[in-house]
Design a protein around this ligand. Structure first.
Ligand code: F6P
Length: 549
């Protein structure tokens, strides 16, 4: 039952990596490629229809083997076994972390407190299947006998980001149902969504693991009131379903037992799209596609579970990220999908990575002395090339970047796809090679500039290069490949948490703001404002129109 508690910086591998960093930090990728003509293939991994080329990273074979040693010395092997077996690795909440069980094979057995949870998972899956099929086919109708045309997912954080990201990513596979997402407690958000809807033909899916989240409950109440302006109380049962672990609170809200899709406390919100939290996904693209998504994730699980570290895609990606975060001092990572369908993927992974690994206490309860979670950000290419790429190419910060692209376009428009992918390949090549003073000089000489003009322009046109990138090239964006892609990053998060010796599956850091907001709401709604620092006090007074600035 041991989950290792090893300070990574105390391992021999860490010490060697520190020295190795000093020895190699000035290496330039351009020279490494010139010196080793096979570098592109020797630092690549092929798994199913995924190719990961990580050769454009500031590493040598020795870097990789030292990083592999680090993984061993922090007990990744033991941790990986415990993760899949359902050990209570979410220690501060006393829970197992078993989102992998949600996509297990039907005859797999995973026991938690003596119960095979795979059976429960499949029972809920069956319910998702029947329900989604009845809604899509129109067999299950709204309170006036009309078929449903719209589905609204009401949830926030993990109860929103996964479903919204996947439904956007799989738009190509969508059926006739229009899907909407209400997440923010900002009343304008819910009103903008409601104005497009007809209560007679809209299904509401309230998703909240805890069923206590202020945003979700406020939105659900507002929507229920709106619904009851036309419908009767008894009609709520036909139009509202809930996904939660909190049966008592759901009942109070007035949702009938048969309309409740259970989930479990061994599934973290940010890893829950595979459960009934993904109901809006199944409704949007059909149950079979939802199953394919789970299948893809399951295949990635097997790869991660069974493959030696240095041939293991999530492990390699995690190790490279640790290399930059802890040795190069890189603070952020960018993620650039070259498909518009994945436009919410960086936002989704912001919760996945930053809520999981944004921790400063180690597993022994002491403050860590090393850097932990990276900041992740990004937008699709090629749009991002015209926005923030300048900083990645010529700024002062090192930003390791993942490029995710697909060999095939879904509509088969090859003119566009070839242009898109030309940019995809060009960017990583440019980031790696850069452009030397010599090359810039030659280029400027051809433009017939005066000697003076040439000299003054030259420094601005130099690209240092040596900017690290991973290229992930996947056959086609399908439900299955998307499932595998998401699982790949989930396991990267796990590996990094193990290495950094932190607990990746709690999120105590979000609590304080929630508590204070409750008190401040009383200050806003009451005539008196309680005790606050002078800044918060003046702001509240100004908000309530009592302050003079
Ligand atoms: O505030 C953070 C958080 O707890 C996330 O971890 C979670 O995904 C989100 O809120 C929503 O929680 P719930 O599903 O319980 O409403």
């Amino acid at each position: 039952m041991a989950f290792p508690k090893i300070n990574p910086t105390s391992t021999p591998a860490w010490k060697e990596l520190t020295q190795h960093y000093q020895e190699t930090k000035e290496n330039h990728l351009r020279e490494q490629f010139n010196a080793d003509l096979d570098r592109g293939t020797s630092f690549s991994l092929l798994w199913n229809d995924f190719l990961l080329d990580y050769s454009k990273n500031r590493i040598t074979k020795k870097t990789l083997s030292l990083l592999g040693e680090l993984a061993e010395q922090v007990g990744l092997e033991e941790a990986r076994v415990g993760y899949f077996k359902g050990e209570l690795i979410n220690k501060t909440e006393g829970r197992a972390v078993l989102h992998t069980a949600l996509r297990a094979k039907k005859d797999d057995e995973i026991f938690l407190e003596g119960k095979n949870i795979v059976e429960e998972v499949y029972a809920v899956r069956k319910k998702i299947k029947h329900f989604s099929e009845a809604i899509i086919s129109g067999d299950r109708k709204g309170y006036t006998g009309k078929a449903f045309t719209d589905v609204v997912n009401i949830g926030i954080g993990g109860s929103d980001l996964g479903p919204v990201m996947v439904t956007e990513a799989l738009k190509f596979y969508k059926n006739h149902l229009r899907t909407h997402f209400v997440s923010n407690v900002d009343g304008d958000h819910v009103n903008e969504v409601l104005k497009e809807l007809d209560p007679e033909t809209t299904l509401f899916v309230i998703v909240s693991k805890s069923f206590t989240t202020q945003e979700t409950l406020s939105n659900a109440m507002t929507i229920k009131k709106w619904f009851l302006k036309k419908a009767l109380k008894k009609d709520v049962a036909d139009h509202f379903v809930a996904v939660s672990t909190n049966e008592e609170k759901i009942e109070k809200f007035g949702i009938a037992q048969e309309n409740v899709f259970p989930m479990w406390d061994w599934v973290g919100g940010r890893f829950s799209l595979w459960s009934a939290v993904g109901l809006s996904i199944a409704l949007s693209v059909g149950y079979e596609n939802f199953e394919d998504l789970l299948l893809g994730a399951n295949e990635m699980d097997s790869h991660f579970k069974e493959t030696p570290f240095l041939e293991n895609m999530p492990v390699i990606m995690a190790l490279l990220s640790v290399w930059y975060n802890n040795f190069y001092g890189a603070e952020t990572e960018a993620l650039i999908p070259y498909t518009q369908y994945l436009h919410r993927f960086p936002a989704y992974l912001q919760q996945g990575m930053m809520e999981s690994n944004g921790k400063s206490m180690d597993r022994g309860g002491n403050r860590v002395q090393h850097q932990t979670g990276t900041i992740v950000w990004g937008e699709p290419g090629t749009n991002s090339q015209h926005a923030f790429f300048q900083l990645i190419h010529q700024g002062t910060k090192l930003i390791p970047t993942d490029f995710i692209g697909f060999k095939k376009s879904l509509y088969g428009n090859m003119d566009h796809h070839n242009k898109l992918m030309a940019n995809f390949f060009a960017q990583t090549e440019a980031l790696m090679n850069g452009k030397t003073a010599e090359e810039v000089k030659k280029e400027l000489e051809n433009q017939q500039l005066s000697e003076e003009e040439l000299r003054s322009l030259l420094p601005f046109k130099i690209f240092e290069g040596n900017k690290p990138t991973n290229t992930l090239l996947i056959e086609k964006l399908t439900p299955k490949s998307l499932g595998a892609l998401i699982a790949l990053y989930e396991h990267k998060i796990f590996v990094q948490g193990v290495i950094w010796n932190i607990f990746s599956y709690d999120q105590w850091g979000v609590e304080l703001g929630k508590q204070l907001a409750k008190n401040i709401l009383l200050d806003i709604e009451d005539s008196n404002i309680g005790d606050h620092d002078s800044s918060t006090l003046s702001l509240l007074q100004f908000f309530k129109k009592q302050a003079k600035f």
